[in-house]
Design a protein. Structure first.
Length: 297
């Protein structure tokens, strides 16, 4: 295994991953080797990331700043849609720092309350609010989904959104309302973000489908339209055994009257308009079909 393999899988998983997900993609021996040689590091209990995350903490400390936004999310063990090329670092508005010292950082000028800072990063609450308030919607949704998946309670997220004030607070509440901890990873969250823009399409993550026997648990499901969406990554579907298993599963869905759409990581993240157009076309056709007695209530 090469370090590039670890980096590719981590990128697909949003910069952080649980051991089980890494073993599934790379194999147990490869994961143990990566931990031994330092190309994987423990971020929180049971969550692993790249050594760049630890380096980002040190880079922020070197300028007396703290990690914020996506960099803080990663430090908390939350996956992100895109790993920042430069660490996000918060500095007080009136602190003067030589440009050469922050050349490799993305600086956010903000005055933080002492309660907003924990171990060189913004607190969980402050990180969530900053990400939901300032990141583009797909990025914000991915962070919110990840935070819920990692243990933030829906009631806590709802309370943060309810109490948000100032510019962007309406967006915070929108993202918090739509966040779903059942989303498996930021790739899936990004596909769901596109779906939310398609009229007539209502998807739910990780639903068991029975028709009448168990067919599987697709990434996203619209039960009314009998439409299953898969966020497909080569890391999970690259082997012959996986190909055989997936072919049988998708054929069973189609035989039961379902439509199955599979989208690649590159298509969802780089060409969301094409994904949206495909979804709109399929939803229109499935909706016509559902005008009869075929669809679920």
């Amino acid at each position: 295994m090469q370090q590039s393999d670890v980096g590719e899988v981590l990128a697909l998983l949003g910069g952080v991953a649980r051991r089980a997900d890494l073993v599934r993609a790379l194999g147990r021996a490869a994961v143990d080797s990566a931990l031994a040689d330092g190309s994987l590091v423990a971020l929180t209990r049971g969550t692993y990331g790249s050594p760049e995350t630890d380096a980002a903490v040190a880079a922020a400390a070197a300028v007396s700043g703290v990690l914020c936004h996506r960099s803080a999310a990663l430090a908390w063990g939350w996956a992100v849609r895109t790993v920042p090329e430069r660490p996000d670092v918060a500095l007080p508005r009136n602190r003067r720092v030589a440009p050469s010292r922050v050349a490799g950082l993305r600086v956010h000028r903000v005055d933080l309350h002492p309660d907003d800072v924990v171990d060189g990063r913004t607190s969980r609450d402050r990180t969530l609010l900053d990400c939901l308030r300032h990141l583009p919607f797909p990025e914000a949704l991915a962070v919110a989904d990840s935070a819920l998946r990692a243990g933030t309670t829906p009631s806590r997220l709802a309370a943060l959104a309810r109490d948000a004030r100032g510019p962007g607070s309406a967006v915070v509440r929108q993202v918090a309302t739509l966040a779903d901890g059942r989303a498996a990873n930021p790739f899936e969250s990004s596909l769901r973000a596109v779906c939310l823009d398609v009229p007539g399409l209502v998807v739910t993550p990780q639903v068991d489908v029975h028709a009448p026997h168990w067919l599987g648990r697709p990434d996203l499901v619209d039960e009314r339209l009998e439409l299953a969406l898969e966020a497909d990554s080569f890391a999970w579907h690259g082997g012959r055994e996986a190909l055989h298993r997936d072919a049988n599963r998708y054929n069973a869905f189609v035989a039961a009257g379902w439509a199955v759409l599979r989208f690649s990581w590159e298509e969802v993240l780089l060409h969301p308009d094409r994904v949206r157009s495909t979804l709109e076309a399929v939803v229109a056709r499935r909706s016509q079909r559902c005008s009869g007695a075929h669809c679920a209530a």
